[in-house]
Design a protein around this ligand. Structure first.
Ligand SMILES: Cc1ncc(COP(=O)(O)O)c(C=O)c1O
Length: 221
């Protein structure tokens, strides 16, 4: 990323970090840019900014050409209520120390997921950055062939058992919808450790059932 930013500077193009999903604490830092000590030319913020209110923001370095001074462009744009909600949300993140909390809880989840990875043939990799984690399901640990259908089954089973997980956005190629094989783990930043444990226990139960059904090796301890 650092190299791309340097190229932008050298050749005069701008780098935008889309931090819609990652900013405001989720990755155990205020943003991925903060996490890596980088300064993109622009950054977009939405989900973690708003606590449910419809608001998004585009931040840009001062002096970027082609951007107008902030104006009202739409009928409902510039509504002060979401602005206040976003400010209160940021205040709460800071006061409740949720950025650090995401880092600490993320480390805890990572430990549990890595332990599962060592016990389940179905798990090819664990992705993590604070409370923004993913479990990469594979048919074969060596070839890393994607186990998309198994990931779908694990998510469905976990839902039936009371824990909500999701797969990443599907690819749509022609008329074919192809789900992805990475189970996303992005709990609320205020989640309690007991709740995390319960959700991870359910995930493990679902992994056991799918492993048994399709003959993938696993061990319980
Ligand atoms: C990575 C990413 N960028 C941008 C967006 C768009 O965000 P919004 O719908 O809040 O404008 C989303 C929404 O899902 C997203 O996940």
């Amino acid at each position: 990323m650092k190299g791309v930013l340097e190229l932008g500077e050298k050749y005069g193009f701008y780098i935008v970090f889309d931090e819609a999903q990652t900013a405001n604490g989720r990755v155990g830092a205020w943003s991925v840019a903060h996490l890596h000590g980088l300064k993109p030319d622009m950054m977009t913020l939405t989900k973690g900014l708003r606590g449910g209110f419809p608001i998004g923001a585009t931040l840009a370095k001062a002096g970027i050409k082609g951007l107008s001074y902030p104006e009202e462009h739409t009928t409902f744009g510039g509504n002060p209520v979401p602005y206040v909600a976003a400010l209160v949300n940021l205040y709460a993140i800071e006061k409740l120390n949720l950025v650090e909390r995401a880092r600490v809880m993320g480390d805890y989840v990572l430990k549990r997921l890595n332990d599962m990875k060592s016990r389940f043939d179905l798990i090819g990799d664990v992705r993590e950055c604070g409370l923004y984690l993913g479990l990469d399901l594979v048919k074969n640990k060596e070839t890393k062939e994607l186990a998309t259908d198994k990931a779908e089954e694990v998510v469905k089973l976990a839902f039936e058992k009371g824990a909500l997980y999701a797969l990443d956005m599907p690819d749509i190629i022609g008329d074919e919808v192809s789900m992805r094989n990475v189970i996303m783990i992005r709990p609320p930043l205020v989640i309690k450790k007991e709740e995390l444990d319960e959700a991870l226990n359910i995930l493990e139960e679902a992994l056991i059932e799918v492993s048994e059904e399709y003959g993938y090796k696993y061990s319980k301890t």
